[in-house]
Design a protein around this ligand. Structure first.
Ligand code: NAD
Ligand code: ZN
Length: 238
């Protein structure tokens, strides 16, 4: 194995008490996505959007990394690993891992008036102190809303477009709707691993070399062994 490339999603943090979208019928904590995560409507719902993400920060503050976050951290120490996550929580970082956030970071605010971003940790939102744009209602959480540009996508696609046959790709805890996992895996010539709670319509599991269904915290132990075996084969074969 040359490199381990990980794409993680909301399922990775589910067992830390942060709900996924799918598990709640497409609602996010009882809110319609259109109301709290769309670039076309967030200003109309300004107070609701901020209340919503204030609560999400409270939730993330309390959440602790689970065995799966910690295992991913251990792989990053052991293997040449690149982690992309769609999660906006900080549980990979709390576990000591370093990840590229494709959909932003709940602890950051973005001023759309002056493009300033800053960290507020787990606190309630505040106005931009650079341009005092509060009255113009221009401050949003620095998470990527539907319909919004995702600044880290070019980095992700560059790596995906240049995957090597010796790379291992692990897709964990994602429905693969926002990021087109099926397309990525069907173009990939190396070993691909899927770890999700269950088979689902959105992901064609037959495209993968190896699949693990069940809780991420259970699957990672099996994946760890699979990677060890794989590495042993690669080393003895090279
Ligand atoms: P999703 O909610 O659409 O799908 C969740 C996936 O996780 C499903 O495939 C399901 O099988 C799997 N899953 C659920 N529980 C699991 C478990 N215990 N172990 C293993 N797998 C499990 O999530 P998504 O594909 O990541 O897309 C949702 C978008 O929602 C992302 O862009 C993300 O930014 C946002 N989101 C983030 C968080 C977070 O930061 N923790 C939480 C909810 C939504
Ligand atoms: Zn500003």
């Amino acid at each position: 194995m040359k490199r381990l490339i990980i794409l993680s999603g909301a399922g990775l943090s589910a067992e830390s008490g942060i709900p996924t979208f799918r598990g709640s019928n497409g609602l996010w904590e009882n809110h319609k996505l259109e109301d709290v995560a769309y670039i076309g409507s967030w200003k109309k719902n300004y107070d609701l959007v901020h209340q919503f993400y204030n609560s999400r920060r409270e939730e993330v503050k309390k959440a602790q990394p689970n065995v799966a976050h910690k295992m991913i951290r251990s792989w990053q120490i052991k293997y040449d690993t690149v982690i992309f996550t769609q999660n906006i929580d900080d549980l990979l970082e709390k576990a000591g891992a370093s990840a590229i956030h494709l959909h932003g970071n709940i602890k950051e605010m973005l001023c759309t008036a002056c493009a300033y971003t800053w960290n507020i940790n787990y606190d309630p939102w505040v106005a931009c102190n650079r341009c005092k744009c509060n009255s113009r209602r221009g401050v949003k959480p620095n998470v990527v809303f539907f319909g919004e540009n995702a600044p880290n996508y070019p980095k992700f696609w560059k790596l995906i477009d240049n995957l090597l046959q010796t790379d291992v790709l692990l897709v964990i805890g994602t429905a693969g709707v926002v990021i087109p996992v099926n397309d990525i895996v069907s173009d990939f010539k190396g070993i691909s691993i899927l770890a999700n709670l269950e088979e689902e319509e959105t992901i064609n599991s037959s495209l993968f070399t190896k699949t693990f269904f069940g809780n991420a915290t259970k699957s990672v132990t099996l994946i760890d062994k699979y990677l060890l075996d794989l590495n042993a084969i690669t080393i003895s074969g090279s």
